[in-house]
Write a protein that binds this ligand. Structure first.
Ligand code: BES
Ligand code: ZN
Length: 457
């Protein structure tokens, strides 16, 4: 065992150099012009898995971006099988000008590795590739059987993987899924995420006149679609965050007493949270605490409004066609399709007859809750405890990882979310970074997890 950890420690600088190469590939899945780069990242990853000693590595083509599979299955039939998941695609890096160093030219400053995807999720998925290498190079074997599945579409809907799972049940059969794509509470306090929010993403199109009109010539007599869109958006929720769509909260599952206790012990500090966000004040539904607002309450957010003139100087038009991107983060048991219907009928109702609105769903995924009393969860807790020197706490996080629900649905698998990000890692933002001690401890935690899981399963 210690020889595996020793190997990981001795080789950690090389591991970091390799990760840096991976991060140079701009695998932005939502951007069709980057299709070749996403492919390149898949091939790079497949090569790295083979070099690590992972077997049966294959890049599976899909309708969109490739899925990379590999396994090592020689622990014995009496040993359990872990299915490791991660995603090698990344979010778009814009706005470029806010990056201190370019997003695809990884840079190390003060114990952080800066690059798009450094934390979410290339750095975190690479942890498991290197844990495999450490075992195979030092002991020639792993304590359990391990399968790896890495997708390239997580940040843009993940439809290909959702189709791949039911079609490849045997290939992916396992006892538990393991994902490193979440955060821990702080570098000193590890935490295990047992709940993630779901997602219903919609595009709203508002149209009015047949062409842009002079705002002096027509203003006051013809409605301005951009003004109308703002009125619609303003009616979606109250200033305190209560969503005004009728029926929106009907299916929200109340917290159980046990969960309330678990969340009450989640030592999330409002002051630290505010510092991490760099915002002037906290915000949210007054009757809920921070831990509940983050993971246990649904949200509605506008991500972008496009329309009208945004170039330099002033131009006076009533824009003919505007749109907005809106998402709702869902909690158990809200259904994305149902929420989309509720959203659509409400927006149709509040849209004035002076403009037309069209709503399209971009993607959706239900929220997920995993059982925190399984042997694999206990193994994860032991691993964090051993490597970080402190027992983990349990909490819900607000982001979404659609595959967690899909593993439950298609493969009957529970997931352990063993993340190593920090909330200050600026994922999806300029200057995304990965805290290097967490990369190193992550590899060690992954190593200990496999050993402990072999004992407990
Ligand atoms: N790694 C994140 C999910 C995450 C973020 C978990 C923060 C916990 C805390 C993941 O890659 C992600 O960003 N997912 C998307 C999914 C969406 C496009 C369906 C998200 O949450 O926006
Ligand atoms: Zn991610």
């Amino acid at each position: 065992m210690s020889s595996t950890i020793d190997y990981a420690k001795k080789n950690q600088d090389r591991f970091l150099t390799e990760l840096t190469d991976f991060l140079k590939i701009p695998s932005i899945s939502t951007d069709d012009s980057r299709k070749g780069d996403v492919r390149k990242a898949a091939d790079w990853l497949a090569g790295a898995m083979k070099k690590a000693g992972i077997e049966n590595v294959k890049v599976h083509d899909t309708k969109r971006h490739p899925i990379v599979y590999g396994d090592w299955l020689h622990a014995g039939d009496d040993k359990p099988t872990v299915l490791v998941y991660g995603h090698y695609d990344v979010q778009p890096p814009e706005p470029y000008e806010l990056w201190t160093t370019p997003p695809f030219e990884p840079d190390i400053r003060d114990d952080y590795l800066y690059a798009r995807g450094s934390c979410d999720d290339k750095g975190q998925l690479y942890i498991h590739v290197k844990a495999a290498e450490a075992y195979l190079e030092s002991e020639g074997r792993m304590p359990v059987n391990v399968k790896y599945i890495y997708e390239g579409e997580e940040e843009s809907g993940g439809e290909s993987l959702e189709a791949f799972l039911p079609a490849n049940k045997e290939l992916l059969a396992a006892d538990v899924a393991l994902i490193s794509d979440t955060s821990i509470l702080s570098a000193e306090q590890p935490s295990i995420t047992y709940g993630l929010r779901g997602m219903c993403y919609v595009l709203m199109d508002v149209t009015g006149p047949a062409r842009d009109l002079h705002s002096g010539g027509f203003g006051g007599s013809i409605d301005n679609p951009l003004n109308a869109l703002c009125h619609i958006i303003a009616k979606l929720k109250t200033e305190e965050g209560r969503i005004l769509i009728p029926g929106f909260y009907d299916k929200v599952r109340p917290l159980s007493d046990d969960e309330r206790k678990v969340l009450a012990d989640y030592p999330i500090d409002e002051k630290v949270w505010l510092e991490e966000a760099g915002a002037p004040a906290l915000w949210g539904e007054p009757e809920y605490g921070l831990a509940e607002r983050l993971g246990a309450r649904p949200t509605l957010d506008v991500h972008g409004i496009v329309g009208g003139y945004t170039g330099p100087g002033a131009k006076t038009v009533l824009p003919a066609h505007v749109h907005a991107k809106v998402s709702m983060r869902l909690v158990p048991d809200q259904e994305p399709d149902e929420i989309k219907e509720l959203f659509t009928s409400y927006v149709n109702k509040i849209t004035p007859h002076t403009v037309r609105v069209k709503i399209e769903a971009e993607h959706g995924a239900p929220a997920s809750i995993v059982d925190y009393n399984t042997p694999a969860m206990k193994a994860a807790a032991r691993a964090y405890g051993e490597v970080f020197g402190k027992e983990p706490v349990y909490g819900r996080e607000g982001g979404s990882i659609p595959v967690v629900g899909e593993f439950q649905k298609h493969l009957g698998l529970e997931t352990v979310l063993m993340g190593f990000g920090l909330n200050s890692d600026q994922i999806h933002s300029p200057d995304e970074r990965f805290y290097l001690p967490n990369f190193r401890r992550g590899i060690q935690t992954a190593i200990v997890f496999l050993k402990e899981y072999a004992k407990l399963a």
